[in-house]
Design a protein. Structure first.
Length: 517
């Protein structure tokens, strides 16, 4: 084994002497690269995977949590400008429970827990201030649950109640929002926040809630719900929805007849946004009913012998039938519709000058009348509103052909530069592969020669050992044993053969010997 190791060392030394300086440098670089790759892989495998422990922390809470992690000797990382703390994934839940037991993180938003601390001798003014702070904190916590909101602050203005209703001032609120990554907040979410705050504060209307973002831009609509400013955007959205809905209905109906992409429908709707309340009283003079009847009797005497005279009168009051109606008309009724539909012609093959082509042929008038009737029925045509529906047959414009596109002309040498760079890269890679294979081939040939030389030397040494062994004469076992031992062995052999050949006589002889004793 030692000879083999010595031979391998000699082979490696001989190989290094035969290699040039550049080859030695290349081998060193390859060896260092392999070692570095192994170290990097081991480091990556053994490196712990980090997960988020807490995020959106303020500076005070982050500092306290970092101090606790240092005390526990837990590795950590800071992210998002120090607002997020990352720890090894397998320790996340354990650390959260441990830090929660220490009261961390302590949220900077104070809610109803402000009343957990009982303070004797607190004035009524301080109690009101604490109640307002708690209400603001609870509202801020609720708003922070929205996905788009990163930070929130709420300010409430709650005036004192006055003796008379007309002297009371309305409550107001202001909300400042910090949105995540500058994402715009949807109009529905803004309205939801306003209604949330208004519903949580007694006497607060959603129109009295002002919402601004972190840039100071007002994102809430503070106009009254029944004001013109508030109705304008709603009316415009409702009009667009009506026009889009009717247009889709008519276009889908036409496309089912003429094919997809062969019909375009545009609808213009005029809506009535007047809010009218009417009270009607109608009287029917032909149908009357007795409401009340009064009978009066008068008695008078003319003499002792004459009987008294009686005079009666009846007063009847009649009530005329009356109908009272209180009508509130709906808001957003359709006053007038204007529908314009464009239908493409039919493509038919024709032959001109011996060549077959396709030509756009107008549709028959009967088909156009049927399509017009279908559009009227789909949009709810009403002649009493002076609605108009027009369906026109025109050939659509042909799409832009391949030859009409304008392509950007690249410089003539740009492609050659890219080709040269790619060829150089491929040649460098091929050269590296050839050089490595050449070095490995030389190493393999040298090692093979060394092994062959070693085997030849081993065979020669074995032949020499055999030759020396033949010249050595060892004494026979008989020469080393004494004559007395040989006589005893010979007697034992003869006795054994006699017993085997003559067992009966042997037994008689043993009996005689035993009897003599």
């Amino acid at each position: 084994m030692a000879d083999y190791q010595l031979g391998a060392q000699q082979q490696i030394a001989g190989l290094l002497r035969k290699t040039s300086l550049g080859q030695k440098v290349l081998l060193v670089v390859v060896a260092l690269g392999v070692v570095g790759a192994i170290i990097a892989m081991v480091t990556l495998v053994n490196q712990p995977t980090y997960a988020t422990l807490f995020n959106n922390l303020n500076a005070q809470d982050a500092a306290k949590i970092v101090d606790k992690l240092k005390e526990k000797s837990v590795p950590y990382r800071l992210d998002d400008a120090g607002k997020s703390i990352l720890v090894p994934r397998e320790q996340v839940y354990e650390l959260r429970l441990s830090l929660a037991g220490d009261g961390l993180p302590q949220s900077s938003v104070i809610g109803y827990e402000i009343f957990d601390r009982t303070n004797l001798g607190v004035s009524d003014f301080v109690q009101k201030v604490n109640y307002r702070r708690a209400l603001e904190g609870e509202l801020a916590r609720t708003i922070l649950q929205l996905d788009e909101v990163e930070g929130a602050r709420v300010h409430l203005a709650l005036p004192e109640k006055a003796l008379f209703k007309e002297d009371e001032k309305p409550s107001t609120a202001s909300v400042v929002l910090k949105l995540k990554s500058g994402k715009p907040l949807r109009h529905e979410s803004v309205q939801g926040i306003a209604h949330l705050v208004a519903s949580s504060v007694e006497g607060l209307q959603s129109s009295d809630v002002s919402i601004v973002d972190s840039r100071g831009i007002l994102i809430s609509d503070n106009a009254k719900g029944n004001s013109a400013a508030a109705m304008t955007s709603t009316q415009y959205e409702l009009q667009q929805q009506v026009e889009s809905y009717l247009g889709r209905k008519a276009q889908s109906l036409l496309e089912s007849v003429v094919g997809t992409g062969n019909a375009v429908v545009q609808v213009s709707a005029e809506l009535d946004f007047r809010q009218v309340e009417r009270t009607l009283e109608q009287y029917d003079p032909e149908n009357t009913a007795v409401r009340s009847e009064q009978i009066a009797e008068d008695k008078s005497t003319t003499g002792d012998s004459a009987p008294p005279s009686t005079h009666s009168s009846t007063v009847t009051n009649y009530e005329v039938n009356k109908t009272v109606e209180h009508i509130v008309e709906n808001l957003g009724n359709i006053k007038r519709l204007t529908v314009a539909a464009l239908v493409n012609g039919t493509m038919k093959p024709v032959e001109k000058d011996g060549q077959k082509t396709t030509e756009n042929v107008p549709r028959p008038k009967e088909d156009m009348d049927k399509m017009t009737q279908l559009v009227k029925e789909s949009v709810g045509f009403n002649p009493q509103r002076n609605d108009e529906v027009t369906v026109t047959n025109l050939s659509f414009g042909t799409p832009l052909g391949e030859q009409d596109f304008v392509y950007k002309q690249s410089p003539p040498l740009s492609d050659y530069n890219d080709i040269i760079e790619k060829v150089f890269l491929v040649a460098a890679m091929a050269g590296g592969v050839v050089l490595i294979r050449s070095l490995l081939g030389r190493l393999r040939v040298s090692v093979g020669n060394r092994n062959q030389d070693f085997l030849s030397a081993t065979d020669a040494a074995a032949a020499e050992l055999r030759r020396r062994k033949e010249g050595i004469r060892l004494p026979s076992p008989e020469e080393e044993i004494s004559p007395e031992a040989l006589m005893r062995a010979e007697k034992r052999r003869r006795v054994t053969e006699y017993i085997k050949d003559k067992p009966t006589e042997t037994s008689r002889l043993l009996k005689v010997w035993l009897a003599e004793d």
